[in-house]
Design a protein around this ligand. Structure first.
Ligand code: SF4
Length: 421
């Protein structure tokens, strides 16, 4: 579509991005979106007219870096510059810096820098300006887009995030690390609240005991989510089944949710190719899940990622972490994960371990032993994610543990960036 020029702005009411998620160190836009450019920035909006990306164009801006706003109204700064070894550490070619988590892996917090403050201020100014401009535009498509974008001011975007959380009955405290494969663009639906263990070390637990949502509740969430995502629904092809242990919900719940969501969200007609489902599981839910669950899951239209919190293969470390499971169960769960990854071509199970200084030295060696023993050959399916126990500074320790693991592991190993929604 040809651009429309007015008042110093270049407007694209509809642009086509990639239909496939890719790993790149430059900004790739996905699905369909609208764009406004001025002399200093390009602003990209989703199909509801909500801002999604801001990128500087002048020499004050780090070339190739960009800001992304999530559907939960959090800003994330994507840095593709100046971080050696990022791909090896994260599995992606950029570093996502979260506005709410103090950007622990970044040398400086980008949200405290002038270029980012200026970009966000410029967005506010743009929003105020286009409200007046919209009325004077003759082209209907451009006018409609500007009216939508103008209506989505700061207050409206915050209230939309509150609406999302009220539909879910909770905020999503953390997304599985595997959601990086779809740039964290997942539609969340809660199939069960809480978790089984209430581990002492965990900073993302909701504090609620595990409790299933009933089918009516899940169906209601899905219908409200369809309306909430509105026109932009067609840009999604991925679902997150929350909260912390959807695998324990069992096949009846999982199968019901996947089938209903696929139909209601029309993933078949998505602007993005394929369909993905993401969920967390636990040692207990993985060990208890029958083969029939994985066989059924493998037959759905979704490629499914399940992330299991193992934390440590060493008993003393599990006690320190106040995780009420035994090292023996962790080892069994890891072997089962490897087996499912081998036998189910559309299921990928990944595991989390903790990293940092507060655990016995044998925590790292037991993890390495387990990984070494369980994979005879190099395999690209599945992954291990390390999550720093507290603030990852000094990064040196966490990095060393990651690279010790990488050197000895035949499956990929990365750091976990804990994004919420
Ligand atoms: S690590 Fe998992 S199981 Fe343990 S408290 Fe956190 S969410 Fe619950």
């Amino acid at each position: 579509m040809k651009p429309y020029h007015c008042d110093g702005l270049t407007l694209y009411p509809l642009k086509e991005g990639s239909r496939q998620y890719v790993k790149a160190s430059y900004p790739v836009r996905y699905g369909q979106y609208a764009e406004i450019q001025d002399n200093n920035y390009s602003y990209q909006f989703n199909l509801n007219g909500e801002i999604k990306f801001v990128q500087g164009q002048s020499h004050h801006w780090h070339h190739n870096d960009w800001l992304k706003r999530t559907v939960a109204n959090d800003w994330i700064y994507y840095s593709a510059n100046g971080y050696a070894g990022i791909e090896s550490m994260l599995g992606e070619q950029y570093l996502p810096c979260l506005s709410y988590a103090g950007s622990p892996y970044a040398a400086v917090n980008p949200f405290e820098t002038e270029p980012v403050k200026k970009a966000l201020a410029a967005l506010d100014n743009l929003n105020a300006g286009i409200a007046d401009l919209a009325g004077s535009i003759g082209d209907k498509k451009v006018r409609t887009f500007l009216q939508r974008a103008a209506a989505n001011d700061t207050a409206m975007l915050a209230s939309r995030a509150r609406l999302l959380h009220s539909i879910l009955g909770s905020r999503v405290t953390v997304l599985p690390p595997d959601t990086r494969h779809v740039d964290y663009d997942v539609i969340p639906v809660i199939v069960a609240d809480g978790c089984l263990y209430q581990c002492g070390f965990c900073s993302v637990k909701t504090g609620r005991d595990f409790a299933l949502r009933n089918r009516q509740n899940i169906a209601r969430q899905l219908e409200k989510l369809r309306d909430f995502y509105g026109s932009d629904l067609r840009n999604y092809n991925s679902l997150f089944l929350g909260q912390h242990d959807a695998l324990f919900a069992g096949w009846e719940h999982i199968g019901f949710t996947l089938e209903k969501a696929y139909e209601l969200f029309q993933f078949k007609n998505s602007s993005m190719n394929g369909a993905n489902a993401f969920m967390f599981g636990s040692v207990s839910s993985l060990l208890a899940a029958p083969d029939s669950l994985f066989r059924a899951l493998n037959e759905t239209p979704f490629y499914t990622y399940i992330n299991i919190g193992l934390e440590s293969a060493q008993q003393e470390a599990l006690v320190i972490l106040q995780k009420p499971i035994e090292a023996r169960q962790v080892r069994e769960a890891f072997l089962k994960m490897m087996d499912i990854n081998k036998t189910c071509d559309r299921i990928e199970i990944t595991a989390n371990f903790v990293a940092g200084e507060r655990l016995p030295e044998s925590h790292v060696s037991s993890m390495i032993d387990l990984v070494k023993q369980s994979a005879e050959r190099q395999c690209s399916k599945g992954a291990i994610y390390l999550s720093p126990l507290s603030s990852p500074k000094p990064l040196k320790t966490v990095r060393k543990q990651l690279f010790d693991l990488k050197r000895n592991s035949r499956i990929p190993a990365f750091l976990y960036i804990m994004q919420r929604l």
